[in-house]
Design a protein around this ligand. Structure first.
Ligand SMILES: NC(=O)C1=CN([C@@H]2O[C@H](COP(=O)(O)OP(=O)(O)OC[C@H]3O[C@@H](n4cnc5c(N)ncnc54)[C@H](O)[C@@H]3O)[C@@H](O)[C@H]2O)C=CC1
Ligand SMILES: O=C(CO)COP(=O)(O)O
Length: 333
């Protein structure tokens, strides 16, 4: 009879698996659930994720297709693609016991259907407080155990002592965790950096050089700050790991899916071909851009770079997008 796990992770993509490996290495008993039998079979047989090849599973990481096994953990981590998450939890909830007193999600995006962040959507589905874990963390580096830092954003309903206990429990020598109470700011930063990373990839694909990339990242940060602050997030979050940190990583790191997608489109591939080239990996920015623009319109904020990313996703020419950005009305910084 397997022991009761400490942490149940729902979603066995690269990120859920990398976190599972990290926490198992640090001594936790972790159970990784997937709703896809072929993924369960592959991960169980190989004891390794196909995109995290240098990170064999520690013995204390178990893989299961039985959600009830993961439900028995006192901490649930949701690690699925953003757009699929609310429905997945509606289905899981039908077979779940009452959730633990807090659930944490690690996805990055805004819902296309409701323009909500995942903590906003999941709090309604799960009926317990939901927090977010987000920051500059490529799954393969975290799984290899190179030093990384991330933000754990928890709602005010979680008492300080509980928040600090959780911070200690999830942190390790290789994954440093900073606490935040700015949940919406943290989530919006993680979502928006993916949109901006597509634009940064475009700059690379068009071979526009380092000046253009630096300008794009800096003006992208300004765009992020405008929307985050208009929606109640804090400027310190934008300037921290979840904002500037993750934007810097994703806009410059070759392994970013969002950046690579933008680069392929910049080199002349169609949106469909570029998506296919990433072989089924989730490119969150493709789905978040429209939702971010809708939110921005609701609060009267301009997102010129996101606007051009949306035109690109609609099939318009990358070169014209750059031309439009460069010839906008001149402004003060
Ligand atoms: N890979 C990374 O470096 C990081 C990813 N993230 C975020 O984590 C989330 C998950 O990304 P990855 O793990 O990289 O995904 P992935 O690209 O490795 O694969 C997608 C995974 O999602 C699951 N999935 C697909 N459709 C689903 C559905 N309808 N219902 C439930 N599960 C489904 C499958 O298990 C599949 O393995 C995304 O929001 C991503 O932005 C955050 C930080 C780092
Ligand atoms: O969020 C990430 C790193 O922090 C991963 O970015 P991509 O989804 O673009 O690969």
């Amino acid at each position: 009879m397997p022991s009761r796990p400490d942490i149940g992770i729902f979603g066995s993509g690269a990120w859920g698996t990398a976190l599972g490996i990290t926490w198992a290495r640090a001594g936790a008993d972790v159970i990784l659930w997937s709703g896809f039998p072929e993924e369960v079979a592959q991960l169980s047989a190989g004891r390794c994720h196909p995109r995290l090849k240098d990170a064999p599973f520690p013995d204390s990481l178990r893989v299961t297709g039985e959600a009830t096994e993961a439900f028995s953990a006192p901490l649930w981590i949701s690690a699925m693609p953003t757009q699929a998450t609310p429905d997945a939890w509606r289905r899981l909830r039908a077979e779940a016991p009452a959730p633990p007193e807090l659930v944490i999600h690690v996805s990055k995006g805004i819902l296309q259907s409701t323009h909500q962040t995942l903590t906003q959507a999941l709090t309604g589905v799960l009926d317990v407080p939901v927090g977010a874990l987000s920051g500059p963390t490529f799954a393969d580096e975290v799984a290899r155990g190179v030093p990384s830092a991330i933000v754990l954003a928890l709602p005010p309903s979680v008492p300080d002592a509980r928040a600090q206990a959780l911070q200690v429990r999830l942190a390790s020598e290789r994954l440093r965790i900073y606490l935040s109470r700015d949940v919406v700011g943290t989530e919006l930063c993680g979502a928006l950096k993916n949109v901006l990373a597509i634009a940064a990839g475009l700059v690379d694909g068009l071979k526009l050089g380092y000046n253009a990339r630096a300008a794009l990242i800096t003006r992208g940060l300004a765009e992020m700050a405008r929307l985050v602050e208009a929606l109640g997030g804090q400027s310190s979050t934008v300037m921290g790991l979840a904002g500037m940190g993750d934007l810097l990583l994703t806009a410059t790191g070759p392994q970013s899916r969002n950046r690579t997608f933008g680069e392929l489109v910049g080199k002349g591939q169609s949106v469909e071909a570029a998506r296919d080239a990433l072989g089924g990996q989730i490119i969150e920015g493709m789905f978040t851009t429209q939702a971010a623009l809708a939110l921005a319109a609701e609060v009267g904020v301009e997102l010129p770079i996101a606007n051009e990313v949306q035109r690109l996703l609609n099939g318009e020419s990358p070169k014209e997008a750059v031309q439009r950005l460069m010839t906008r009305e001149l402004k003060s910084e």
